[in-house]
Design a protein around this ligand. Structure first.
Ligand SMILES: Cc1ncc(COP(=O)(O)O)c(C=O)c1O
Length: 380
């Protein structure tokens, strides 16, 4: 049995999505900027995709701009806003647990002389709202906070955070919603200025995503070139990627509640059966339906990961992007975990394709692996 429990890193592309994309590659492959009928057909597909996505997130369709994914959208949001900001507006607020596509971009602006405030989080990963209130000032140009953390599944109170920001400042509020999109109901127009989403986390293709920009928010594009995406993102659109993205949204959205309740039930069942293993702790809040981060006492996450892999179970230590760098996860460090917990952390992330049998198999393998590794450790 193969068990893929790394869905926060990426997901299996749905069959219907592949079919739609293949149709485009084979038959309707016109450039949406061409003025003949094949081009117009592609342009129509883009319009339809924009409508599908905007309906789900409660934005207007002309606020949706297609990009290559979450990393590009986060870069465009931060660089795009900060590159337009006046000399007296050179303060940025973010948190200590953001994705590297936010943190590394913001770091670059710190080197350029911008002032950056990194908000603290508590032991569950919730942003300190007092810290946010106290950090906002007249010079704050941008606040960037992720809706759901990709390593620990903590959901931030985005409507409340937005209220605090708007009460106290004129800052633009950017939300990295890559892990929240299709997992939570989002009302973009009510509380967000700019939002990033990505296709491959929701059973769509990789290299496809979007940035949603509220009308009136000023942002400089990163590229120069053609007039595509209203000049916010020049370059011939990745039409098959966009068609695949919107098809994945449409397909998932048909059963939005059922899908998420099912994923939640599989995660809960997993957590229930975890009790059969002595000495584990859940890191962060695991609020969102698909993510649970667990530390196994005395274990090394990487060793456990490869032991599971040898039984065809695929998980992650920390986040996929940092797991090769041998450094502790910055997210888990921000929670204040001790070295033992940092060392033994594994992220299990679920999807609609996970079954009860897969959970049972995973727990059985985990129990056996931990028992065996404990004997090896004690024998040293
Ligand atoms: C919270 C978060 N933001 C941004 C990204 C980057 O998205 P993409 O892989 O589409 O570039 C990820 C992906 O891991 C993520 O989890």
């Amino acid at each position: 049995m193969q068990v893929y429990l790394d869905n926060a890193a990426t997901t299996r592309v749905s069959d219907i999505v592949v079919e739609k994309m293949v149709d485009y590659y084979k038959m309707d492959y016109g450039n949406p900027s061409s003025i003949h009928s094949m081009g117009l057909d592609s342009e129509r597909s883009l319009k339809e995709a924009r409508n599908i996505i905007s309906k789900v997130i409660k934005s207007s369709s002309d606020e949706v701009y297609f990009t290559s994914g979450g990393t590009e959208s986060n870069n465009l949001a931060i660089r795009g806003v900060l590159n337009t900001s006046r000399r007296e507006k050179r303060h940025v607020i973010t948190t200590k647990i953001e994705h590297h596509s936010v943190l590394k971009t913001v770091e670059e602006y710190a080197k350029k002389g911008f002032e950056v405030t990194y908000l603290n989080v508590d032991e569950k990963g919730y942003v300190d709202l007092e810290d946010l209130k106290n950090s906002l000032k007249a010079s704050t140009a941008l606040v960037s906070i992720a809706y759901v953390n990709n390593e620990i599944g903590t959901i931030q109170n985005i409507p409340e955070i937005s209220r605090i920001i708007k009460d106290k400042s004129e800052a633009v509020f950017h939300v990295d919603a890559v892990q929240a999109f299709m997992k939570l109901p989002i009302k973009f127009k009510d509380y967000i200025d700019i939002m990033s989403i990505s296709s491959h986390k929701i059973h769509g293709p990789k290299g496809s995503g979007a940035i949603i920009i509220k009308k009136g928010v000023k942002l400089n594009p990163l590229f120069t070139g053609g007039n595509q995406e209203n000049r916010i993102r020049p370059g011939t659109e990745n039409v098959p990627g966009i068609i695949g993205f919107s098809e994945a949204v449409k397909d998932y959205n048909k059963k939005f509640n059922e899908n998420n309740e099912y994923i939640q039930s599989m995660k809960n069942y997993f957590i229930e059966r975890l009790n059969e293993i002595p000495d584990y702790e859940i890191n962060g809040s695991s609020d969102v339906c698909g993510i649970v981060n667990v530390s196994f006492k005395g274990m090394r996450g990487e060793v456990l990961l490869h032991t599971l892999e040898s039984k065809d179970i695929f998980v992650s230590t920390g986040s996929a992007c940092t797991s090769k760098t041998k450094k502790y996860s910055h997210v888990l460090e921000a929670l204040g975990l001790d070295n033992d917990r940092l060392e033994g952390a594994i992220r299990f992330s679920f999807s609609k394709y996970i079954t009860k049998e897969m959970v049972d198999y995973t727990i059985d393998v985990l129990k056996e692996a931990i028992k065996r590794l404990e004997i090896i450790i004690k024998g040293r």
